[in-house]
Write a protein that binds this ligand. Structure first.
Ligand code: HEC
Length: 268
């Protein structure tokens, strides 16, 4: 049996059939297994320039299929398959469904950047960290949602915006809900997060297009985006191998959203 002339999927299907029939007929177990025959393609995988608005609209719609991480991840993966970029048809985007609501509703990292960062990591090799850093920093300071997807919006247009000052779902969705007087369970809040997914997919595609064209230039590279006192005053003692205590890690703002506001005057 040869894999020549077969697509990867055909090959896996026929390899599975072979293994099953070999077992049924008492053939040599382990003589041929798909796992041994087919290694996963090494990363990074190829990128093809995409249209940010088209992928953003797909993300808006996919939010209602599988949540925020799925919205962004599946939309970029599916667009790359359509664009003919190699390997992406072997990746099942259902994987991304775990990230909804800040990972199965835990309110930790917002699923939209989580999906984007996974895809960026698979594409951008040694540039991935810089692009991810830019996306996370941008997310913290961006007023969401934009009106880019109002034309296809299911429930609301021209929604009020808030800035999360954090990449956490708990803060991003909570500050929006509290400030605008919407319940988390409302269609308005869902539409806000669907549009946010569109905005994150749009930004990600813009950055990956620029990276591929050789024009990606980070504007928020750490530690520049940590230059306000909410970070700096605390980081100088707590964050980094060369600080006195080196006993905390992160790139988030310590004082906004009230997380450590009890420490505002601490060790001044
Ligand atoms: C000059 C050094 C220094 C700076 C600057 C500093 N800390 Fe601390 N931090 C300490 C030390 C020392 C401790 C050990 C316990 C103590 O003295 O409170 C500590 C402990 C803490 C703790 C854990 C213990 C507790 O009391 O809850 C937190 C949280 C904390 N710092 C947050 C912050 C934040 C937020 C900032 C910025 C607003 C900050 N620190 C700035 C030196 C510093």
């Amino acid at each position: 049996m040869s894999e020549k002339g077969l697509s990867r999927r055909d090959f896996l299907v026929s390899a599975g059939t072979y293994t099953a029939s070999a077992l049924a007929s008492g053939g040599v177990i382990g003589a041929f297994t798909p796992a041994a025959a087919m290694a996963a393609p090494a990363l990074p995988w190829p990128y093809a320039a995409l249209d940010p608005q088209t992928v953003g609209e797909a993300a808006y719609n996919n939010y209602y299929v599988g949540g925020c991480m799925y919205a962004v991840g599946a939309s970029i993966v599916n667009a790359l398959v359509t664009a003919g970029a190699a390997n992406w048809d072997t990746f099942n985007p259902d994987f991304f469904k775990m990230g909804g609501g800040g990972i199965s509703g835990w309110g930790t990292v917002c699923g939209s950047p989580n999906g984007a960062c996974a895809v960026i990591q698979m594409i951008a090799g040694s540039s991935a960290a810089a692009i991810i850093n830019e996306l996370m920093g941008w997310y913290c300071n961006e007023p969401f949602p934009s009106t880019k997807f109002d034309a296809i919006a299911k429930y609301a247009v021209n929604q009020p915006t808030t800035v999360a000052k954090s990449p956490l779902c708990h803060q991003s969705s909570g500050i929006w809900a509290y400030t605008t007087g919407n319940r988390i369970g409302s269609n308005n809040r869902k539409d806000r997060c669907a549009k946010l997914a569109g905005d994150v997919a749009y930004k990600t595609v813009e950055m990956l297009n620029a990276w591929q064209a050789g024009t990606f230039a980070p504007t928020l590279a750490a530690p520049d985006y940590q230059s306000d006192t909410n970070f700096e005053r605390c980081f100088t003692c707590h964050v980094g191998a060369d600080t006195k205590y080196d006993n905390a890690q992160g790139k988030m703002n310590c004082l906004t959203n009230g997380c450590h506001s009890d420490k505002t005057t601490h060790h001044l």
